[in-house]
Design a protein around this ligand. Structure first.
Ligand SMILES: Cc1cc2nc3c(=O)[nH]c(=O)nc-3n(C[C@H](O)[C@H](O)[C@H](O)COP(=O)(O)OP(=O)(O)OC[C@H]3O[C@@H](n4cnc5c(N)ncnc54)[C@H](O)[C@@H]3O)c2cc1C
Length: 466
């Protein structure tokens, strides 16, 4: 018996009346080559994608797999290769999408790991419950949110998603279902929060929802014209506003300019929420559409439109939290070669490094529509590999233009590395083993908890494991 954790004594079963289907009979697997991460870079092929419809199919998948051959997969909203397993297999968890229980007295929900945050909101928001933490898209599974220990606009108040997880049940190839919580198998619990899917396949999770009055947000939009002004706004807002984030004009370099957004759940707003249509981009746009000039023009117009004065509004929750979800498959905008996101955190004591980053980006001429800036709070990390830590985090999307793009990113790496900062694995497709070591000096603590049948393209790349 491994000393790290105790196995659980029972396994959830599918109802007797359900038809029995073997692992891949239920729905034919999608052609493996169509499995991409959100940035559509790197392009790898998978040998096979398992698509279990029931949790009791997973033990067989794990037991019959070769060492290091599997990786759980959610909705593929990670940008790079942390959700990919090139030339090996994936376990698509999306069909494990049942909400199993809800305790109205505590707000704790139990659901299978393939349930999306969008589905949680669809069911629970009309009843007055909201997610404790949400990333910038609702198309994320509960399993993916745990495995990347995702953060949102309320990190300064609420920490990460993992801080609100009460228990998980984990399929392992070497044991039956393992229950993990802060009090039961706590080391395995801590390894699995932010564990990049490497510690096993999460069967289901219990997590805490929060009470809200309705789907509306009292929001404020405030232009700022320097990094100091951003920080002043952020410090001043942290106590009064649950949610804070900023958009940054990445062409502004050291003369920082951007728009600060802050908000709270609106109380007693009785407006009716109408269903919103989300158009879908169904083809890749040609590369020339995203030129320096089109992105620079977009940034200038966006800033001008929002900078006239401080504005207050009552905003729909989905517009406030998920503006990008309003166009489905917007990632095709970046064309055939895909794109990369660069998300780093830099200690707040090193603002010169942050300015240097912005300067290098502006000078490169390789701008981004999406420059997101946020001051992380001081919450201790929930998992061994949790990314958020005190400092300023910035996330920028860059169209993949080959060596030119990679060169810019390496130049940004130098600054992050020297500043004692870190890169976010969920967004990464190319960081070096050295930068991973600097970003996560304790990564070896995760190794004893990795399931021997599981590995990922990302993990092999940054640790040199096979
Ligand atoms: C528009 C957009 C905005 C975003 N904003 C934010 C943000 O604000 N903050 C933030 O933190 N992230 C953000 N992200 C990143 C996203 O939240 C994470 O990458 C998230 O983990 C993706 O979840 P997924 O279900 O798509 O999982 P995938 O991307 O498919 O997988 C992510 C990881 O979870 C593991 N995994 C999936 N299912 C399971 C399971 N059942 N058991 C064990 N492991 C599993 C995978 O192995 C992989 O390591 C954003 C992404 C997009 C596209």
């Amino acid at each position: 018996m491994n000393s790290h954790f105790q196995p659980a004594c029972s396994t959830p079963e599918r109802p007797q009346e359900s038809p029995t289907t073997s692992i891949d009979q239920a729905v034919p697997s999608r052609p493996a080559e169509r499995i991409h991460s959100w940035g559509r870079y790197p392009r790898v092929t998978h040998r096979h994608v398992h698509k279990p419809a029931w949790n009791d199919q997973i033990p067989d998948i794990l037991k019959t797999a070769a060492p290091g051959s599997l990786l759980p997969f959610g909705l593929g909203r990670s940008y790079g290769d942390s959700c990919l397993n090139g030339d090996r297999d994936l376990v698509g968890c999306r069909r494990l999408n049942r909400i199993l229980a809800f305790d109205e007295s505590t707000g704790v929900v139990r659901c299978e790991s393939g349930v999306s945050l969008r589905e949680i909101l669809e069911v629970f928001l009309p009843k007055g419950w909201f997610l404790p933490v949400t990333p910038g898209t609702s198309f994320v599974t509960v399993g993916g949110a745990i495995a990347n220990d995702v953060h949102g606009k309320n990190h300064h108040r609420a920490g990460t998603f993992g801080d609100h997880v009460r228990q998980i049940a984990l399929h392992r190839s070497d044991y039956d279902l393992v229950f993990c919580s802060p009090s039961e198998n706590p080391e395995m619990f801590r390894a699995s929060i932010g564990g990049l899917g490497l510690t096993g396949v999460i069967a289901w999770a219990d997590f805490q929802l929060k009470r809200v009055d309705g789907p509306w947000i009292d929001s404020e939009t405030i232009p700022f014209r320097s990094l100091k002004a951003f920080l002043d706004l952020s410090h001043e807002s942290n106590d009064r506003f649950e949610y804070t984030v900023a958009w940054l004009d990445c062409f502004s370099g050291k003369n920082v300019r951007g728009i600060f957004f802050r908000g709270n759940h609106a109380a007693n707003c009785r407006r009716k929420l109408r269903r919103k249509l989300s158009p879908k981009l169904s083809f890749e746009l040609p590369d020339w559409i995203l030129s320096r000039w089109s992105i620079e023009a977009f940034n200038a117009v966006y800033y001008a439109a929002n900078s006239i004065k401080k504005r207050t509004a009552v905003t729909r929750h989905d517009t406030f939290f998920y503006p990008l979800d309003s166009i489905r498959q917007w990632n095709l905008l970046y064309g055939k070669q895909g794109f990369l996101q660069y998300q780093c955190v830099v200690p707040e004591t090193n603002l010169e490094a942050f300015e240097e980053l912005l300067d290098r980006i502006a000078r490169s001429g390789m701008g981004s529509f999406l420059g997101v800036l946020k001051q992380f709070g001081a919450a201790p990390p929930a998992g061994i590999l949790s990314f958020p830590r005190p400092g300023l985090t910035i996330a920028l999307d860059f169209a993949m233009r080959g060596e030119r793009t990679l060169k810019l990113m390496r130049s940004l790496d130098e600054v992050v590395q020297q500043s004692g900062g870190a890169l976010y694995p969920a967004k990464d497709a190319r960081m070096s083993p050295e930068l991973f070591e600097i970003s996560f000096p304790h990564w070896r603590d995760l190794v004893p908890y990795i399931d021997p049948k599981i590995s990922s393209s990302f993990w092999r790349r940054v640790t040199g494991s096979c």
